[in-house]
Design a protein around this ligand. Sequence first.
Ligand code: MLT
Length: 404
Amino acid sequence: MVSINENYLNLQGSYLFSTIAKKVREYQEKNPQNLIIRLGIGDVTQPLAPVIVEALHKAVAQMGTSEGFHGYGPEQGYEFLRSAIAVEDYQARGCDISPEEIFVSDGAKCDVGNIQEIFGIDNRVAVCDPVYPVYVDTNVMAGRSGRYNTETGGFENLIYMPCTRENGFAPELPKEVPDMIYLCFPNNPTGAAIQKDALQEWVDYANRHGSVILYDAAYEAYITEENVPHSIYECSGAKGCAIEMHSFSKNAGFTGLRLGYTVVPKELSVSGVKLHDLWNRRHGTKYNGAPYIVQRAGEAVYSPEGKAQLKEQVAYYMENARLIREGLLAAGFTAFGGVNAPYIWLQTPAHMTSWEFFDQLLSRAQVVGTPGSGFGASGEGYFRLTAFGTRENTLEALERIRGF
Ligand code: MLT
């Protein structure tokens, strides 16, 4: 008789953002007259930059001609995009990454979820707490997590690295040595950034212990401070221990277009096997490449006009972040983040749990955020607001929160 992957039964509830969407839908059905402002999921609201729209139009027109038609492309991505990424995101920053080390995909979420497939099932996995749920859930699905412990609010085989107010939301090097270490900076959900010397310590730790760091750099475009690295490869020795994932969603508004990439350095080996070869094999087997037209749009991100237009877009969201952070602080909230990241991490008032605050904010102010406990036990008592709303909605939400 057919059986199922029982690891799925270990998953806790539904995916965080699906749970929120369901609650909001139910509320809206009961209260159709109320206008809800969504500052929950980190989805962008600004339209695509003109240079990207132009690149899309051009590529679509090409696809309608016999000379310009493109069928299956290279699974790893077109050379024009891999080169632009290598030059602009890495070599321009002094990181020695070549186009062949870049694997283009349809988004960072898939890569972040799929990358664990090339690692052994017995590997010990370390994650920050709170954490982007995809890192945990995909390891649960693979069978690497062990059972869920309701007392600790975590999985027994995962190594949780608490990121709390006390340690400045910076994970400490774990005493129990993990094999795979997920890091995300600037951080989702806390909005905290990491300084270069602190990241170097992680790289040295991983090299010392033979661990691999899975570095999620989806929010690097939001870095405003000096000395905060945009890539882990700015640290020496990182090519020997780190894989990095990037998104076009947050820096260029591709949440609906879908484009991302993963860097697997050729010198990164485990037990004499190159991880580059394994990921290349996986990519070729399970993936047929991101759409040509979307990759052309991705290429436009790196053009001089693209850079200028997207800088403005990022600045728009960061102004929202400043308004939210300062507005909350002025209203007496304790809030963090929003300086190098589009997320503001606030403490819930009056000792409310994260979900109590979510429910209250939804029913009394019609503002949606993300409960901190949805990201892990250490997120309890916190709440995440995103700066990706429109200016109008951001200001209106602040007004409502103040009233609340
Ligand atoms: C988030 O809200 O944490 C992100 O938008 C989720 C994602 O990028 O998949």
